[in-house]
Write a protein that binds this ligand. Structure first.
Ligand code: SF4
Length: 309
């Protein structure tokens, strides 16, 4: 990070927001659904859970907890260790979706299931199931530990997860001569999906690539690239545990401009006040209020430092 400029030379800071930033449609919809469920649970005197953290953002999860939502530990629930707590409650399924066994388990316990699965993820689940029924061997390009992939697998038993091109190459040998279809975790990087598809296409003559990638990530990335060209430094707001925010930050760092990944306004580094034009972006799970807080803090602090100078 360059230290050649000092805070004192910044008289006015200009903040430019990326054209596309922050919460995607699916996460926003799941948050709204969960908040409504919390109100309903309060009215009926029933506990309200989310099946796993609704959002990969600790501050947003804390805010949902204050609204009355408790995160259900998915591994413990799947083992049957939380049956007593979940019985008779209201459980919100997050945007990633969940396997059908989870819905059945909850219904057996007399819980009310509120399904906030993103419509795009629902489409992937249905597509994987349909392809299996049509006799295809189905591969899912994605991260096998990700909740969305576990959900799709549950809806398409027999499908195989492929994480990278090397795995795809091995699978192509195993599946040579079969009709093979590939779908994708909605948030996988396009270049990773293309590399996997290429290996399967080469090894399996009857190959069908189904594009189930969500444009939300690519749109935020493209908007960041545009923004980077217009500013002196970049701030990426979002959970440190959010994969898409991490990828956004990686792209910001690779743009050549000084860049920071922060979760809250309190994490703004002092060095940032050396720059005049600050670009602001946020991952697909970052609430609007957190972006607003960061923008406000930047302007207030820059004003205070400008006065001191
Ligand atoms: S990233 Fe896309 S698929 Fe995933 S929740 Fe958001 S809108 Fe839905």
């Amino acid at each position: 990070m360059t230290k050649s400029r000092t805070w004192a030379i910044v008289i006015a800071m200009i903040i430019i927001r990326a054209t596309v930033l922050g919460m995607c449609m699916g996460v926003r919809r799941a948050g709204d659904t969960a908040r409504r469920a919390a109100v309903e649970g309060g009215r009926l005197g029933r506990r309200v859970f989310t099946y796993g953290p609704l959002i990969h953002n600790p501050q947003a999860v804390a805010e949902l907890e204050r609204a009355g939502l408790t995160v259900l530990d998915t591994a413990a629930f799947d083992r049957g260790d939380l049956d007593e707590e979940a019985a008779g409650s209201i459980v919100v399924i997050r945007a990633h979706g969940a396997p059908p066994e989870v819905f059945e388990h909850l219904r057996r316990l007399g819980a009310t299931v509120v399904d906030a699965t993103c419509p795009r993820v629902l489409r992937s689940q249905a597509k994987a199931r349909e392809l299996l029924e049509r006799g295809y061997a189905v591969a899912i390009a994605g991260d096998r530990s990700h909740g969305e992939v576990a959900g799709i697998l549950g809806h398409a038993p027999g499908a195989v997860v492929v994480e990278n091109a090397a795995e795809a190459e091995r699978l192509a040998v195993e599946w040579a001569g079969r009709r093979v279809a590939l779908i994708a975790q909605t948030t996988i990087k396009k270049s990773e999906y293309d590399a996997i598809a290429e290996k399967l296409r080469r090894g399996c003559p009857e190959f069908l690539a189904v594009e189930t990638l969500c444009p939300a990530t690519a749109e935020r990335q493209a908007s960041l690239a545009e923004l980077a060209a217009r500013v002196d430094a970049l701030v990426v707001v979002g959970g440190k545990n959010s994969a898409n925010t991490q990828r956004l930050f990686m792209a910001a760092a690779e743009s050549g401009k000084p860049a920071w990944h922060i979760e809250t306004a309190e994490e703004l580094p002092p060095e940032i006040y050396a720059y005049e034009r600050i670009g602001l972006t946020a991952g697909a799970s970052t609430p609007d209020s957190m972006v607003d807080d960061v923008e406000r803090a930047l302007l207030e602090n820059a004003g205070a430092k400008g006065e001191k100078a």
